[in-house]
Design a protein around this ligand. Sequence first.
Ligand code: NAD
Length: 544
Amino acid sequence: MTSQTPDGQSEPGGAPLVDGPADPEHDPRAAYRLEPDYVASLTERIVSTSGETVAVYSPLDGAPLAHIPQSSDDDVAEAFARARAAQARWARTPIEMRAAALLRLHDLVLDRQDEIIDLTVLESGKARKHAFDEPIHIALTARYYARTAEQHLETRRTSGVMPVLTRVEVNRVPKGVVGIISPWNYPFTMALCDGIPALLAGNAVVTKPDSQTMLTALYGAQLLEEAGIPRDLWQVVSGPGRRIGGGIIGRADYICFTGSTATGKVIAQQCAERLIGCSLELGGKNPILILRDADVEKAAEGAVRGSFSNAGQLCVSMERMFVADQVYDRFVERFVARTKAMTLGASLDWGNDMGSLISADQLATVVAHVDDAVAKGARVLAGGRARPDLGPYVYEPTILEGVTPDMTCFGEETFGPVVSLYRFHDEAEAVARANDGEYGLNASIYSRDGRRARALAAQIKCGTVNINEAFGATFASIDSPMGGMRESGMGRRQGSEGIHRYTESQSVATQRGLTLGPAFGMSDETYAKVMTASLRLMNKIGRA
Ligand code: NAD
């Protein structure tokens, strides 16, 4: 299999591209940048009988990519019916066999990374080096849960009310069919990472990836099947969330949602109506604190990655930077210099430090935030312009100074390559400003004193805090939970919480010998006295 870079060179192992755009008028399969048969082999997995399709275009250059079949409510019902039947069989499959499939996925993802990255870049417009993070995150997640699921899920003995006589075991029972609604910003990792622990816990999954990035998500589903996950266990439906989201929530036993806070609130209400659980991974306005003893060069390097990875379209991306007086000028000089030296471009090849935004809507938001700030007096230290010469939605990495509370980008998530700099005088004040607002997703602290930085971290109201790193240290440490406080979410992905959310705990108590009521002809009054005395004794001997 070969693919072509924009300058026409072949690359082995990537997604099969066509030589030039086919004519939409005369190509009934309407796949223009990618080979039509290849696109059809992906889209045939969508449960869709509606006959309706939606065209998607690459943000790299606007070339058409595919016509994506849309799912009706009947199709969503069919996807759940298939998933439910498959789940009953899967729940009886030994955990070692489930884990073995996920370990095969680990290797497949590494082997097929060129194809995964091609699809991701074609659909999202991001730089190749940022797309590379996606197969890596899925390999890490698959390996972690394949190796630890048995331990997370094993039946646990707990202490019974009557020592020795009450034996209690807690089982972890799969929820059933999990609905996963995911966004476009990390199309491969967001489509798969939350489903991996759901599968290992014995569930089936119905996914609704974002409409803009269906091909990458479908390729992930194909890899799961190749790894040995039964096809019906992982269903893919497509369509606008507002149209088919209700049908998913109405049929699922649990919902995992990643996306905006506004949509997360709607989904939480719908789940509450049905009394089903949900985890919500939402937005952020993430702060980075550069303390007076920070290694300035290291902080400037981390600040570039933290603010401009995936053109800032990253939930854990840094949009507010608080810098200590003592290092402010030195840090800003290094940060601005590094930012201005970045290579921008919208293409499939390596070498771009930052790629395109995904859509005209994203570009419009970024332009609106920067223009509003500038009109109200903010200074642009780097960037500040769209670059249509490089791609329809490319915007320069932008550093603002003098941002004030009346400007939109002060508190609202831009979800683009825009960061505001603020000077601080003492650390308590910096922490208070970092905690301002409603979000609480991710923070970063740069300091040479790890102990002081960890003490400050404990005061920050965010679900993850990275010290001397922007976001990768927590995000890639799959054994640790990841998610938001306050309006950044509910529940956690990763670690034991990331798999336990897909299970119900079930306590099974076996009572032996004495029953939990009066025995041997004892009166209720005597029983009450014996129980009271035994409770006092238990407290005295320190029993929980
Ligand atoms: P969005 O909420 O508009 O869409 C996300 C997904 O939800 C899409 O699949 C969409 O089709 C679906 N959706 C939309 N409305 C729906 C509804 N009423 N019912 C059911 N589904 C619905 O979010 P977006 O703008 O596409 O994504 C960007 C946002 O996601 C940002 O705020 C970002 O911070 C957040 N995000 C958070 C994380 C995290 O892990 N915390 C990760 C990635 C993105």
